[in-house]
Design a protein around this ligand. Structure first.
Ligand code: HEM
Length: 489
């Protein structure tokens, strides 16, 4: 195929090293590629030391390649540092193949759409505690939303309830965020695995010591929680959870081999890592959106007041009757996708698209930032307008772009239904009882927020001043009642 067909276009390149000198770092990639796409098109390509990168900047191109031709694009590039610290079998990062399929299935099945209801009690309880925490500490945005997400995931995965600030799982969640950032930095290992043999003092060989230290931490974090559940099962005190169910099944079938136990451990670790930071980022982004767009906040609250009233908190049975709240959730995810450059896929065969050649081995990235800012897809894409998703004539009748949030084809996020539920119930309940307002300084003056985002692989708003104030006395007592009910439980 190659000879006569061109690669997708891209900026002018240097001899031999190609686009190496122009390559943006992780933090800038999404926006730099968004600008380049305006010049070179929605399918462009870059050459980095002979390695071909194809950047997709429209839903049309991403759907055609990553979704419709999914079998050719389900692989991942190698992540040399992640592999060496103990994440070589993390479903998110591992190559496509039979082992990926086995682990992915283990994660996907319990979180399918029709099974989501099993986790709703856990989520409703965690929201009640989060609301109560906001009542006591109205400015603790980062902390309370983080606690909410981690406590749900840890209870679902390990059957463990987080009751104290010193809980080890809260610290593990921080470790994920840190490692994800550190281990995605470019290193000599991207050039050749031979550099793994360098002595740690060698200039540029920072990764040698980093890998050694991180491997030891992760080994404990991956294996320890599962061994605890195994002990609880043996003494008959294990609570139902992802790990308890999987181990119990294996024990009953006489198949609890070290390999099978490892599969459960790494799958549980994946759910913990994949489900916490992403969902947390979405919730903090939502609060930023409400602060910046009081009109949208007011409309969502009016809808909740009309449908749910003031005598109870919204619950999952209200979801279909709250279309505007649904639009707020979608617009939060579109306005600032938490994984701006998503996760790279890799072509396992040569391919041709619109007369352009995509070689086997090319890294293919659907740039979520460009897709959610695509003017051909969304009117006024930089503005936060939930009603864009309402059907005409109430709104603009635009479709949500799920791929830019949860990915594509055979690698699409298997946790998306659970994530969608966690985000929805938190948003609906926060809006029902709180006004998300500018924080006030000691003299009572409103502090103007300046919202900025970390722009790494997974993007989070930098801490910003903000307060959640109960909308009324009645709202405050609803929060207390719901908290007390769950405390008894
Ligand atoms: C709002 C929250 C979430 C967002 C925005 C999100 C986003 C993503 C994205 C963009 C991918 C990559 C898809 C691709 O390569 O095309 C992904 C993969 C993945 N996510 Fe999520 N995710 C979220 C929550 C969760 C949750 C709660 C879980 C746990 C059940 C989870 C588990 C995974 C796993 C296991 C993968 C790897 C799939 C594979 O490579 O085969 N995610 N997610």
């Amino acid at each position: 195929v190659r000879t006569r067909l061109p690669y997708p276009p891209g900026p002018p390149e240097d001899p031999i090293i190609g686009h190496l000198r122009q390559m943006p770092n992780n933090d800038e990639a999404a926006e730099v590629w968004y600008r380049w796409a305006k010049q070179y098109g929605d399918v462009m390509s870059l050459n980095v030391l002979g390695k071909r990168l194809v950047i997709l900047s429209s839903e049309e191109a991403a759907t055609e390649l990553l979704e419709k031709r999914s079998s050719k694009y389900a692989d991942r590039p190698r992540f040399p540092i992640f592999e060496r610290i103990g994440w070589k079998d993390m479903v998110l990062l591992m190559p496509y193949g039979p082992y990926h399929k086995t682990l992915r299935k283990m994660i996907q099945v319990p979180f399918e759409k029709d099974k989501a209801f099993q986790f709703r009690d856990v989520q409703e309880r965690a929201t009640s505690i989060m609301l109560h925490n906001f009542l006591a500490d109205p400015k603790g945005i980062e902390h309370h939303t983080h606690w909410y997400v981690v406590s749900i995931i840890v209870e679902i995965v390990f059957g463990h309830r987080i009751l104290s600030e010193d809980d080890e799982h809260l610290k593990i969640a921080d470790v994920f965020v840190k490692i994800q950032h550190e281990a995605s930095q470019p290193s000599l290992l991207d050039v050749s695995p031979l550099f793994a043999k360098l002595p740690s003092w060698f200039p540029g060989a920072w990764f040698i010591k980093y890998i050694e230290d991180t491997k030891a931490i992760l080994s404990h974090v991956i294996h320890h929680p599962v061994s605890l559940v195994q002990e609880q099962l043996a003494s008959g005190i294990a609570k139902p959870s992802f790990v308890a169910d999987e181990l119990d099944r294996l024990i009953k079938a006489g198949q609890l081999t070290p390999q099978n136990k490892y599969d459960v451990s790494i799958a549980a670790h994946m759910i913990f890592g994949g489900g916490t930071e992403t969902t947390w980022n979405t919730l903090t982004t939502f609060i930023a959106c409400m602060l910046l767009n009081p009109e949208a906040q007011r409309k969502a609250q009016e809808e909740i007041d009309k449908v749910v009233g003031h005598g109870r908190l919204p619950d999952f049975t209200d979801r279909d009757s709250l279309p505007y709240v649904e639009c707020v959730v979608k617009e939060t995810m579109r306005w600032h996708p938490v994984a701006p450059v998503a996760v790279p896929h890799k072509a396992t065969e040569d391919d041709v698209y619109r007369g352009m050649y995509i070689p086997k081995g090319a890294i293919v990235i659907a740039n979520a930032r460009s897709i959610t800012w695509d003017e051909r897809r969304f009117h006024d894409p930089h503005a936060f307008k939930p009603e864009r998703f309402l059907p005409r004539p109430l709104g603009a009748g635009e479709d949500f772009v799920q791929g830019a949030v949860y990915g594509w084809g055979r690698r699409i996020c298997p946790g998306r239904h659970l994530a969608g539920d966690m985000v929805w119930i938190a948003i609906a309940r926060v809006l029902a009882v709180f006004d998300i307002q500018k924080a006030r300084d000691a003299d009572g003056n409103a502090i103007e927020p300046n919202i900025e985002f970390t722009t790494a692989v997974s993007s989070h708003p930098k801490p910003f001043p903000c307060e959640l104030r109960p909308r009324s006395e009645k709202a405050a007592s609803l929060i207390k009642e719901s908290y007390e009910l769950h405390s008894i439980d």
